[in-house]
Ligand binder design. Structure first.
Ligand code: 5GP
Ligand code: MG
Ligand code: MG
Length: 183
């Protein structure tokens, strides 16, 4: 049964079923691409918790998981590309194949920094999976190997994404009504 639309949303962009179906397709690709390899999934807290849990459980190859928390310095709501690590990996990535798992790519600044950072630690390879991408907002050309959906340039919540730490647990992705953040 489809989840009912939260009253603070204007519109549901990606339903629960659409997300799960797309993640199953991506999992098949990842299974094939990393077969026989030692794969470490790196989730970026907190937004990627849902996509990590769902994507990882759809994989059939053995993987390990680790987490990072980062914050982008910047004025107000804009990310600047200057990144501070709030929680680092517990894992040494040297020689490992790393797949960064993200919720959404907006400017791409955070992720391009993160990919370079993990590569500089001697990872055998670094690739990116993201549930969502705002195509119009891309400042940096980030190479997303496994992409769920390109979405229009709205502020979205749900499926891990928050506004003031709310809405992360909605199983779908929707556009937050402006009245919610302009009040
Ligand atoms: P950027 O790609 O601009 O460096 O930053 C991406 C991060 O900004 C995401 O991981 C997410 O935390 C946040 N973000 C970007 N767009 C949205 C959005 O539409 N909704 C929410 N809730 N967070 C967003
Ligand atoms: Mg994120
Ligand atoms: Mg947030």
């Amino acid at each position: 049964m489809a989840a009912e639309q939260h009253p603070d949303l204007d519109e549901i962009l990606i339903t629960e079923a659409q997300m799960q179906e797309r993640l199953a397709e991506l999992a098949k690709e990842i299974d094939r691409d990393y077969e026989g390899k030692d794969l470490l999934l790196v989730g970026v807290l907190k937004g990627a918790v849902m996509v990590m849990a769902d994507l990882a459980r759809k994989l059939t190859i053995p993987v390990t998981m680790d987490w990072m928390a980062v914050s982008s310095y910047g004025s107000g709501t804009k990310s600047s590309g200057v990144v501070r690590i709030l929680k680092d990996l517990d894992t040494d990535v040297a020689g490992r194949h790393v797949l960064i798992v993200e919720d959404i790519i907006d400017s791409g600044l955070t992720l391009s920094w993160l990919a370079r950072n993990l590569q500089s630690r001697g990872a055998a390879s670094v690739a990116i999976a993201s549930a969502l991408r705002k195509k119009e907002a891309a400042k940096v050309d980030v190479d997303v190997r496994y992409l769920g959906f390109d979405i229009p340039n709205h502020f979205v919540v749900g499926y891990g994404l928050d506004y003031a730490e709310q809405y992360r647990t909605l199983p779908y992705v929707g556009i937050l009504a402006k009245r919610v953040y302009e009040r």
